[in-house]
Design a protein around this ligand. Structure first.
Ligand SMILES: Cc1cc2nc3c(=O)[nH]c(=O)nc-3n(C[C@H](O)[C@H](O)[C@H](O)COP(=O)(O)OP(=O)(O)OC[C@H]3O[C@@H](n4cnc5c(N)ncnc54)[C@H](O)[C@@H]3O)c2cc1C
Ligand SMILES: NC(=O)c1ccc[n+]([C@@H]2O[C@H](COP(=O)([O-])OP(=O)(O)OC[C@H]3O[C@@H](n4cnc5c(N)ncnc54)[C@H](O)[C@@H]3O)[C@@H](O)[C@H]2O)c1
Length: 453
């Protein structure tokens, strides 16, 4: 019998923590998990899931607006019933969160509805109870932050979207990353007036340059007012709204302001110093490729490590860690060629290298297309599709794929398999398309657009 209460204790019951705990328990380890707020964590409760339900809601409005062009008389978007959406969304979130809790019990892990903090490298305070563990996994995720400007407390953050009692008549969204663009589009789709304020010339810093241009056009044609190249000076209350003054001195009167200016690891007050762990940038827990911290028996997975902050990455890493520690199957999850999507309207998705990064590493061929998909030749909506392949001129391998357009996220998952498997441009060319689809364009991009690098 081990000298510890548990073989493994996981701090945080989100995507990474629950997966790691569940798999470790399945391998026969004695596992405890603490969750202080909501089982399933950010993704299930205030992230991917409730966000995607609201994206779907916005899309129904879009379909209804397009329907008359296809002969549907009497179909119109009408007024959106916010409380009805909130009730349906929250019921689904409760259902999923309950599943996460039950999954742990079924796997034989002991779940604590409590906050856990370090007392020493092997001992935790779990809701007032002293618990020891041979190994500990930190899976505390992250939390949204406000920029430090006067009046910042008047602005909302992403968690607050899921508490709004009504659709804002007008909202100013600050930032141009994933959350800013997704929230701007879904709120616009549901009927809000939306202003988007961001520092760069184009949204989605770090993504493919042409895709960023296509995204700016798509946002504009959706009726979102873009304010690029703006920093923030202050927020003030004006009547029952909030006014945002930018660094250039412009004041944007707003109903609400929501900051989507990034997240930080949730390590404040966790007692990392008592565990002998020195936090990294923004309070993250630095890890080796095996997810170990500077204490060889303490590991970290998911957003708290601030690497690739995506749910499937957190679960893949948590699963691999549990297999390594308790399943006699040592392995690490790959961070290479992780596909990702931005659930805007239309959505964007990508996998692999951007043109800019690939061109720094060697000569690349670019194959790209912009077209109006069949649905919109009829709907007459100004919703274009953009697709692009980045191909190594030397190895012929497809290094990156980028898309903005209907179903981009659904299409990119399959493209990612091909890229992970090392497919060449010729493999893409010899694959027969599915007709008529937009996806078939990825296997019929015959003419090189340009050569760079
Ligand atoms: C608005 C939004 C939309 C998103 N959309 C997507 C998307 O579409 N696709 C995608 O892949 N990713 C998306 N993400 C990112 C995704 O949610 C995260 O990458 C993922 O949840 C990270 O999982 P995690 O296990 O690291 O942390 P989390 O899911 O954040 O879980 C950490 C858990 O630990 C708990 N906790 C913290 N400290 C303690 C403590 N001391 N004791 C006990 N419990 C503690 C927290 O309450 C939380 O439940 C989105 C994020 C946001 C905010
Ligand atoms: N669809 C998805 O997979 C999805 C959706 C949402 C979130 N996420 C994950 O969550 C992470 C966090 O999302 P996010 O959108 O908060 O972060 P982000 O890093 O993607 O974007 C932050 C934005 O805020 C801006 N910003 C930062 N500080 C600022 C300041 N002081 N003033 C003005 N602007 C400022 C940045 O320039 C950037 O545009 C993402 O990186 C992603 O990993 C994924």
């Amino acid at each position: 019998m081990s000298q510890y209460d548990f073989d493994l204790f996981v701090i945080g019951g989100g995507s990474g923590g629950v997966r790691c705990a569940r798999i470790a328990a399945g391998h026969g380890a004695r596992v405890g998990v603490a969750e202080e707020r909501f089982w399933g964590g950010t993704c299930v409760n205030v992230g991917c899931v409730p966000k995607k339900i609201m994206v779907h809601a916005a899309e129904y409005g879009q379909w209804a607006r397009e329907a008359p062009a296809f002969g549907w008389t009497g179909m119109r978007a009408g007024e959106h019933d916010w409380p009805a959406l909130v009730a349906a969304r929250d019921a689904e979130v409760r259902r999923l969160s309950g599943i996460y809790d039950r999954l742990l019990g079924n796997a034989g892990a002991q779940a604590f509805n409590a906050r856990a903090t370090f007392i020493d490298p092997h001992t935790l305070d779990v809701g007032g109870r002293r618990v020891t563990a041979g190994r500990i996994v930190i899976a505390v995720g992250g939390r949204p932050i406000r920029p430090e400007i006067p009046g910042c407390e008047l602005g909302l953050v992403s968690d607050d979207l899921f508490e709004l009692k009504e659709l804002p008549r007008q909202i100013t969204v600050v930032g141009s990353g994933y959350i800013a663009l997704e929230f701007a589009c879904l709120l616009r789709g549901l009927g809000s007036e939306v202003d988007l304020v961001y520092r760069q010339a184009l949204p989605l810093r770090g993504m493919d340059g042409e895709l960023r241009e296509a995204m700016a056009e798509a946002l504009t044609s959706q009726g979102i007012r873009l304010h690029p190249g703006e920093t923030l000076a202050r927020l003030e209350r004006v009547g029952d709204g909030v006014a945002l003054t930018t660094g250039s001195g412009r004041t944007l009167p707003s109903g609400q302001v929501i900051f989507a200016t990034g997240r930080v690891p949730h390590t404040e007050g966790l007692g990392l110093e008592r565990a002998g762990i020195t936090p990294g940038r923004s309070g993250c827990v630095p890890v080796t490729v095996q997810q170990a911290t500077e204490q060889p028996h303490i590991f970290a997975v998911g957003d708290v490590t601030d690497q690739l902050n995506l749910t499937p990455v957190a679960t893949a890493v948590g699963h691999a860690l549990a297999d390594t520690l308790f399943g006699n199957k040592p392995r690490v999850a790959s961070f290479l060629n992780v596909p990702t999507a931005v659930f805007t309207s239309p959505p964007a998705a990508m996998v692999g290298l951007t043109e800019e990064v690939a061109a720094q590493e060697g000569p690349v061929e670019i194959y790209s297309a912009r077209f109006t998909p069949m649905r919109h030749t009829i709907s007459k909506q100004p919703r274009k599709t953009f697709m692009k392949l980045v191909v190594s001129a030397r190895t012929r391998r497809v290094l990156g794929a980028h898309m903005l357009g209907e179903d981009a996220a659904e299409i990119m998952q399959g493209i990612a398999v091909a890229i992970v498997a090392g497919a060449t441009k010729e493999d893409f060319d010899s694959t027969i398309g599915i007709h008529p689809t937009a996806a078939e364009e990825f296997v019929t991009l015959r003419t090189m657009t340009r050569r760079v690098g």
